[in-house]
Design a protein around this ligand. Structure first.
Ligand SMILES: Nc1ncnc2c1ncn2[C@@H]1O[C@H](COP(=O)(O)OP(=O)(O)OP(=O)(O)O)[C@@H](O)[C@H]1O
Ligand SMILES: [Mg+2]
Length: 257
């Protein structure tokens, strides 16, 4: 039972001649929030897309609940209960909340969708996540605020009996109150037993919500630490220099080459 939910070992990914991820290791336990941090271009989104089966990795091993898995496409990831909420939110503006949450996975036959059951599932998922700011699940997404949209995107990800949810900068475009809501939601997902990976540039949020922090530096995993064991300035140093005291890459300068 001590197997982590997700364990990545030695993952490499290149785009043509550009080697983006170098021998990346990442451990994500269930029931915890793992923050994935790093400067712009460090490879965070690329790593998440490898886990989601969107990018094929060049080498490395991915274990899910202790078993080696091959993520050849988004369907392989979805079958394991891996869901991603992307940096650029993919919600259809003209559709309402229910339709968005079930987009591509509608219940019922094509000529007779089971609207009542989808509506109930959408409502109960939002309720189970403590979402109270959305008045009706029949509201078109176009008329929601940024925070409400993010909430719907996250609820959509957890509707599918997910085990692991990866959130790529879910609060980047949000105000204070909306960020609060989303961070509360992120915590609740972990409390429900899911593994959560949160990409964020906001270290205040990271220190508040994450149990563990993984730092990518120029495509290399500089450190994976428990939040309680590090200071804010150590994490800043790891992000910007790849090393902080005893923590980090042995030779961060070699990573630049
Ligand atoms: N499809 C692609 N083709 C070629 N290069 C890519 C592709 N996607 C990403 N890259 C490159 O990979 C590197 C890592 O990009 P990635 O988007 O993973 O960074 P990131 O850590 O998510 O950054 P940010 O914080 O700005 O979102 C960058 O140098 C980027 O230019
Ligand atoms: Mg990114």
């Amino acid at each position: 039972m001590s197997e982590p939910l997700l364990q990545i070992t030695g993952l490499n990914k290149s785009f043509g001649p550009v080697h983006v991820l170098h021998d990346v290791d990442l451990t994500v336990p269930a029931g915890e929030v793992t923050a994935l941090v790093g400067d712009n271009g460090a490879g965070k989104t690329t790593l998440v897309k490898c886990v989601a089966g969107i990018h094929a990795s060049d080498s490395g091993e991915v274990r899910f609940r202790g078993e080696t898995v091959h993520l050849r496409g988004p369907k392989d990831a979805a079958a394991l209960g891996i869901e991603v909420v992307y940096q650029d939110l993919a919600l259809a503006d003209n559709l309402d909340i229910v339709a968005n949450m079930f987009l591509g996975r509608e219940r019922g036959r094509s000529w007779l969708l089971d609207e009542a059951s989808m509506e109930e599932a959408a409502r109960s998922t939002l309720a189970s996540l403590g979402v109270r700011t959305v008045k009706s699940v029949r509201t078109p997404v176009a008329s929601l605020s940024g925070g409400q949209r993010q909430t719907v995107a996250i609820a959509k990800a957890v509707l599918w009996n997910s085990n692991l949810v990866l959130l790529d900068e879910p609060t980047a475009a949000l105000g204070v109150a909306q960020t609060r809501q989303v961070l509360d939601l992120v915590r609740r997902l972990a409390e429900q037993g899911l593994g959560v990976v949160l990409i964020s540039h906001n270290l205040v949020d990271v220190f508040e919500v994450a149990d563990r922090i993984a730092v990518l530096y120029l495509g290399r995993m500089a450190a994976q630490v428990r939040t309680a064991d590090v200071t804010h300035s150590q994490v800043v140093e790891l992000i910007t220099a790849g090393r902080s005291g005893d923590l980090g890459l042995a030779r961060p300068e070699a990573a630049v080459l």
